[in-house]
Design a protein around this ligand. Sequence first.
Ligand SMILES: *[C@@H]1O[C@H](CO)[C@@H](O)[C@H](O)[C@H]1NC(C)=O
Ligand SMILES: *[C@@H]1O[C@H](CO)[C@@H](O)[C@H](O)[C@H]1NC(C)=O
Ligand SMILES: *[C@@H]1O[C@H](CO)[C@@H](O)[C@H](O)[C@H]1NC(C)=O
Ligand SMILES: *[C@@H]1O[C@H](CO)[C@@H](O)[C@H](O)[C@H]1NC(C)=O
Ligand SMILES: *[C@@H]1O[C@H](CO)[C@@H](O)[C@H](O)[C@H]1NC(C)=O
Ligand SMILES: *[C@@H]1O[C@H](CO)[C@@H](O)[C@H](O)[C@H]1NC(C)=O
Ligand SMILES: *[C@@H]1O[C@H](CO)[C@@H](O)[C@H](O)[C@H]1NC(C)=O
Length: 451
Amino acid sequence: MSRPYLQILFFQELLLLLLLESCYIADCYDPLDPNGNITITYDIISWTTETDGYWAKVTIENYYQYRHVEKPGWKLGFDWAENEVIWSMTGALATQSGNCSAFKYRVPHCCQRSPEIIDLMPDAARINRSENCCRNGVLAARDIDPKNAISIFYMTVGNLPSLWTGKTPKNVTFMAPGPGYTCSPFADYSPTIFPSVGGRRETQAIRTWKSTCTYSQFIANKAPTCCVSLSSFYDSNVTPCPRCSCGCQAQERTSLSCIGDTKFRGSSLPVGEVEEGLVRCTSHMCPVRVHWHVKNNYMYHWRVKLTVTNYNYAANYSKWNIMVQHPGFSQATTAFSFNSTTLDTTTSPNEAALFWGLEYVNGELLQADNTGFGSVTSEILLHKDRKSFSLRNGWAFPRRVYFNGEDCIMPLPDVYPMLPNGSCGPLTSLQNHLVLLFMLLVLLHNFHLEQ
Ligand SMILES: *[C@@H]1O[C@H](CO)[C@@H](O)[C@H](O)[C@H]1NC(C)=O
Ligand SMILES: *[C@@H]1O[C@H](CO)[C@@H](O)[C@H](O)[C@H]1NC(C)=O
Ligand SMILES: *[C@@H]1O[C@H](CO)[C@@H](O)[C@H](O)[C@H]1NC(C)=O
Ligand SMILES: *[C@@H]1O[C@H](CO)[C@@H](O)[C@H](O)[C@H]1NC(C)=O
Ligand SMILES: *[C@@H]1O[C@H](CO)[C@@H](O)[C@H](O)[C@H]1NC(C)=O
Ligand SMILES: *[C@@H]1O[C@H](CO)[C@@H](O)[C@H](O)[C@H]1NC(C)=O
Ligand SMILES: *[C@@H]1O[C@H](CO)[C@@H](O)[C@H](O)[C@H]1NC(C)=O
């Protein structure tokens, strides 16, 4: 790899770091998914006279292209403006009933001032269900499975201070399942229109409020969870994940959350329940590693092998996805054992592809166990754009990789696999001179033989 290019790459890296730093301060958004958000829509559908309140529909929509809500699912919280209670719910439940002793004849579902609401389990009774409910709070990413990127529940709210005057719930919180989301206050929107009578009639909500929740890795305050390693057919050296990408192995093994070493054979894995967050000991200490191997260079195509490895002893990733940014994805791309799509470049400015598992094949990235690690792998065939394709200067390696929406730590460009010396690049003037000298010698030699 030539020096000036390395310097440019290094400079880019520095710039990126600076950018990241500055956007951490000003609540960063992901430039590849700038419009991503989770929108909570609160529709008052009708007033209810028998409970002095209203009937509401709450819709949670995940507009993130490649960030999903994993098990144990979302948890929605808010503070009632007054002393409202929830009489009943379908499609979700409040985790605590609270103090309902003021209600003598009929007991509400929840009397808490700050209720916490979660989704129902898939086996919920029919009477408690609503459309788009009961997935244990799992919300798929929009670009992968838009039908399952939405949750809906209904609730009957009562005990309003006066009739026909709902007040917006305050202090909205959204856990998915951990922290990281910040929600805007509910604001008035034009009423939602609902189709009815098979689309031949439209009804509208009495009032519609919306809150938007956005994710920030800074607020989540999470250590990185993933790193990238690289290799290629033209260099036998593998570029490993940077040391301590996700944490460092403690010297003294007291606070350790990792077991086993490179020669791990499983003997030290505790029997029974394995504590959450326990990973295999590695120099990078990441729960997940993504490996990008440049495998073949054909006339019209090039081939990459992509492998994701799970070093967790107690976590399966049921709806994993990886997003890879690389200019090569502007060309036709075929993934053989993964499902894939390219990101819409009208919203994000760079070529990027999204990969996820095939159902019943590798849709689940399994935990590590005594016998080895969970891993999923696929070969990817990319059409070559002869103008931009190159094996030089690390072009064939990804610019950025995300696992489940989280940024993966990349190695620095100066340790990328290198093309062997001498096989490429124009000859130096010294080399030119040597070649000429050699040819001259051969000529002289031949001349001598003929004599
Ligand atoms: C939330 O995402 C949707 C879809 O991308 C977008 O239309 C909407 O403007 C976003 N909301 C905010 C407040 O950014
Ligand atoms: C919202 O949260 C703030 C700070 O925790 C609190 O002071 C306020 O009372 C809350 N609002 C309501 C309506 O409970
Ligand atoms: C429960 O609510 C009743 C009536 O509002 C109140 O008198 C009682 O003190 C509350 N109990 C607790 C434990 O807060
Ligand atoms: C299901 O509905 C029944 C009848 O409305 C109710 O008693 C029960 O608490 C509900 N269960 C859940 C989990 O919401
Ligand atoms: C992960 O999946 C395997 C195989 O299906 C199962 O045995 C294991 O209990 C799962 N682990 C967790 C933490 O759910
Ligand atoms: C690929 O993903 C799409 C969208 O989620 C899904 O409809 C399709 O069934 C998936 N294909 C396979 C083979 O899993
Ligand atoms: C290529 O040359 C550089 C210095 O010019 C050297 O550091 C490197 O080890 C060489 N690589 C190989 C594979 O010979």
